[in-house]
Design a protein around this ligand. Structure first.
Ligand code: SAM
Length: 244
């Protein structure tokens, strides 16, 4: 398959991840933010456009819709199990998977991870720092990173790195994608792979994982189904990043 974009650190493929994954080289980790298929308790909510689901009312910049966000939970579980199993096949033994999820999809996401053959190892809350007070309710302050590994992972302390159990960072105000993640949060996550390691993001969106990898000296393969988002991501990759 032909890349949409390539530089020393980042390769972007335009297409459905399930068509691209079998052609990829071995990676050290999967770090990805799939369409949550969430945004509501009932079918009618889920079937709204992603613009209506994920953009706060009164937002100044309108972001285009993205795709793949309308499955019910059974459909999501079946679909996510498929690509998770396929990515596991191209992940180094002991390599990590990190999957973003909101609270509604979290149980389904961890089921899918295990159905795909990964060892589920934990949940890291991401405190988004922008939650609104909600009358007579706990505010929705967090999204979550479900993480696991491809079989046993080396937990010895020799030359070990240590990683936080909570992530913090506000979604960027100048975002180009309705669910764009903060680059500093992605950097913290991608540090789970050693310098020079290769990370796959099968749902690349505007390319935050690629930008994060460049900034911390990791490499990245991104897959994105919508050409409009590939274009945004490729433009971001071309912007000057000063490696640490
Ligand atoms: C939640 S967004 C990712 C946002 C990204 N983390 C960022 O910071 O910009 C999920 C992305 O997956 C893309 N997508 C949906 N289904 C896909 C598929 N089957 N293969 C590849 N990309 C897909 C959507 O177009 C959307 O841009």
């Amino acid at each position: 398959v032909k890349p949409y974009y390539q530089d020393d650190a980042v390769t972007i493929y335009h297409g459905d991840c399930r068509e691209i994954i079998p052609h990829l080289p071995m990676v050290d980790a999967l770090v990805t933010d799939p369409p949550y298929s969430s945004g509501g308790m009932v079918r009618g909510d889920r079937m709204q456009s992603t613009r209506d689901k994920y953009q706060s009312s009164g937002a100044i910049i309108e972001h285009p819709d993205f795709t793949g966000d309308n499955r019910d939970q059974r459909g999501f579980l079946a679909w996510a199990s498929l690509w998770l199993a396929e990515v596991k096949e191209i992940t180094a033994p002991g390599g990590v998977c990190c999957l973003f999820s909101d609270w509604r999809q979290l149980p389904t996401m961890t089921d899918a991870m295990q159905a795909g053959g990964w060892v589920w190892r934990g949940i890291v809350p991401w405190d988004k720092g922008n939650s609104r007070p909600m009358p007579r309710r706990f505010s929705q302050a967090c999204e979550f990173l479900a993480w696991g590994s491809n079989g046993p992972r080396d937990f010895s302390t020799v030359d070990a790195t240590y990683h936080p159990g909570i992530l913090r960072g506000r979604p960027p105000a100048d975002r180009q994608h309705s669910t764009q993640k903060p680059t500093e949060v992605m950097q913290t996550i991608c540090e789970i792979v050693p310098r020079g390691g290769l990370i796959l993001d099968a749902f690349f969106g505007s390319g935050t994982t690629g930008e994060a990898c460049k900034a911390i000296g990791r490499r990245c393969i991104g897959i994105e189904k919508l050409e409009h988002n590939c274009e945004i991501a490729a433009r971001r990759m071309l912007q000057e990043v000063l490696p640490l």
